[in-house]
Ligand binder design. Sequence first.
Ligand code: AMP
Ligand code: ZN
Length: 111
Amino acid sequence: MSGCLFCDILSGDKRSGIVYEDEHIAAFEDINPQAPVHVLVLPKRHYTGLNDAPAETSGRCIEAARRIASEKGIDNSGYRVVANCGSDGGQTVGHLHFHLLGGRRMKWPPG
Ligand code: AMP
Ligand code: ZN
């Protein structure tokens, strides 16, 4: 146990749920999906959130999300990639992650 839920998932016995992985990035299904496709994309290295991650890391996450969207077949229908940051942003897990959401029409504003 590292004290970080997502670090524990990446290093523990729940790795079987991982849907994408490369040298720097991993992705797994959200436990409480808000859309038919709801995947969390995150760096393997721990960063608390957008405020403390290098741009290269955030860029790698977005690029991975784009590839997963293509693999899931939602690249043409469209999708949303969002990172909640801090309490006002609605972040509940303190390990940088991007939500990839798709498979239904998203609403705006998000609330
Ligand atoms: P956020 O609120 O932006 O920090 O997003 C955290 C996300 O992590 C939420 O959408 C949760 O449903 C999801 N989550 C929490 N625990 C787990 C878990 N054990 N496995 C997968 N997703 C999780
Ligand atoms: Zn972590």
